[in-house]
Design a protein around this ligand. Structure first.
Ligand code: HEC
Length: 113
């Protein structure tokens, strides 16, 4: 799916302002992405940061809402993969949001290569 977006730096600046003004807690900000990068250490033992598929699907560059929805579907066992069900069940909501923001942000780098 190709989504055209405004330049990320602009988006981040706009979202930071929105956050300062009491914007929605689901807005991605630099802190979310940094937290997501920290949490992603575990994920990238299987999923590739580069967005390549190595038998395990790429999770890079997904829109955040879809990423969150997929992890939730593992958590409630709608999606059938024991490894991902176990991982998703452990993650808190803010951790899922942070991971979504981080892996979405990697999509721009993968696309630029
Ligand atoms: C032990 C290896 C492993 C680890 C660690 C792991 N995953 Fe996965 N992940 C998989 C496999 C295998 C699948 C495909 C499962 C399936 O067929 O439903 C998957 C699927 C996914 C999907 C859905 C991909 C798609 O195309 O449908 C997402 C999103 C995801 N993982 C996110 C994560 C996140 C976030 C983490 C870290 C918190 C993580 N995974 C850690 C192995 C792993």
């Amino acid at each position: 799916m190709v989504v055209s977006r405004p330049p990320r730096r602009f988006v981040l600046a706009a979202l930071s302002v929105a956050t300062l003004l009491g914007g929605s807690p689901s807005s991605a900000c630099a802190a979310d992405i940094a937290f997501g990068e920290y949490l992603a250490g575990e994920c990238v033992t299987c999923h590739q940061r580069s967005g390549k598929t190595n038998g395990i699907p790429s999770i890079v560059g997904w829109p955040r809402e879809s990423f969150v929805a997929v992890l939730n579907s593992y958590r409630v066992k709608e999606r059938d993969n024991v490894v991902m069900q176990t991982i998703a069940a452990r993650l808190k909501e803010d951790e899922v949001e942070a991971l979504a923001a981080y892996f979405e942000s990697l999509g721009d780098q993968a696309a630029a290569k």
